[in-house]
Design a protein around this ligand. Structure first.
Ligand SMILES: Nc1ncnc2c1ncn2[C@@H]1O[C@H](COP(=O)(O)OP(=O)(O)O)[C@@H](O)[C@H]1O
Ligand SMILES: [Mg+2]
Length: 358
């Protein structure tokens, strides 16, 4: 607490918001001091006996829990730094930025904010990503605000970089409070950000094991696999030139045809398959692309039980092998695919969209 620089006015802001607030959202660009301000507010409010739910939706540099997730922890007393490490709840989004995961992001934030209220928080404080520029950020942030309906929006800005959002919020009747950034703000390099995430993954996957599960027992909301009718090689059109291809797993459900092969082959006559099977879309999954993919493991109530990485996916045997510390694996109902590839449960080495509509 004594390492936080408390600029003039922060104490009055904390006092003012405390009076009549159920939910407060903190916004600002990357490295504007959002998480530090949240820590200050959590400390100040809990010190005066208020139960505070801290929802951390900063996917890239989360204070609470793991990257690519939204976390929640409820505090009754001023926490120590180490208390932020393990969130009580988390919800998997799939990327270290909202890009490509806007719905998942909104859903995760709403789920965690609702849980905070259900668990008796007097104030829920929502920390956000620094994604503020451009129309997509504007739309995402606005929907987040309309969904959460905060009594206060706390905006940290160095100059006027948040005004393209804030002036609209005010016109719509939302209460906005502007704060300047602390002089002690330190910008972190990409390498430092990556290192921070690696440490988080490493600590999380320390006790992980390889587990096997039947793909028929779980649902992959991002694709039809395991829900449709298997198409065997002799059922494929003779003139498509794919009958002899090795390791071609094909499944049809509704208007969709799913093809999983070891690697993408652009010479595959997808249009012919569409016509032959009378489907409107063909989805292609590169089996090798699934290796090391970070996934969210959710239970029947859509709570994220934990994360894992895919070790292998063998659709012919109907078997999925994962590396995960989740021990009650039999309770996993859905597997949410992200875009991050993680080496040995520790280091991000790329991003990939494994599901391709062709
Ligand atoms: N008020 C402050 N007092 C001391 N250090 C600060 C303050 N605000 C930010 N910092 C430092 O600047 C860096 C970025 O701040 P952080 O709160 O993580 O930003 P954000 O959450 O907006 O990305 C951190 O290292 C933090 O310690
Ligand atoms: Mg932050």
């Amino acid at each position: 607490m004594n390492t936080i620089d408390i600029p003039k006015g922060w104490d009055q802001v904390a006092e003012r918001i405390k009076q009549d607030t159920k939910l407060c959202v903190v916004v600002g660009k990357i490295d504007s001091g959002k998480s530090t301000l949240c820590k200050y507010l959590v400390n100040t409010w809990t010190a005066s006996g208020i139960r505070v739910g801290y929802v951390d939706s900063d996917l890239g540099q989360s204070t609470l829990g793991l990257p690519a997730t939204v976390g929640l922890k409820i505090f009754n007393t001023p926490p120590h730094e180490s208390d932020y490490a393990n969130p009580a709840h988390m919800h998997f989004v799939g990327n270290t930025a909202p890009e490509g995961f806007l719905l998942q992001m909104l859903h995760a934030v709403k789920t965690m904010a609702d849980k905070s209220r259900q668990e008796g928080s007097k104030i829920t404080l929502v920390d956000t990503t620094g994604f503020i520029e451009g129309p997509v950020a504007r739309i995402l942030k606005l929907h987040k605000i309309e969904m959460l309906r905060p009594q206060w929006i706390l905006a940290l800005q160095a100059e006027d970089e948040m005004e393209h959002l804030l002036s609209g919020y005010e016109k719509m009747g939302w209460q906005v409070m502007r704060l300047g950034c602390s002089k002690r703000v330190i910008s972190r390099s990409q390498t430092e950000r990556q290192k921070y995430r690696s440490e988080k993954y490493k600590a999380y996957f320390r006790g992980a094991k390889i587990v096997e599960c039947s793909m028929h027992k779980v649902v992959f909301p991002a694709c039809i696999i395991g829900t449709g009718q298997r198409i065997h090689p002799p059922e494929l059109p003779r003139d498509a030139g794919i009958q002899g291809m090795n390791h071609l797993y094909v499944e049809k459900c509704g208007n969709e045809l799913l093809i999983m092969a070891d690697r993408m082959d652009t010479s595959m006559p997808f249009y012919k398959l569409k016509g032959y099977f009378g489907v409107t879309s063909v989805v292609f999954i590169e089996r090798h692309g699934l290796k090391d993919l970070l996934v969210g493991l959710n239970d029947n109530d859509n709570n994220t039980m934990g994360l894992g990485t895919i070790n292998d996916f063998d659709p012919f045997a109907g078997k999925l092998t994962l590396f995960t510390p989740v021990y009650d694996f039999h309770m996993v109902a859905t597997i949410r695919l992200g875009v991050l590839k993680l080496e040995r449960g520790e280091k991000e080495y790329g991003k990939t969209r494994v599901i391709q509509y062709v």
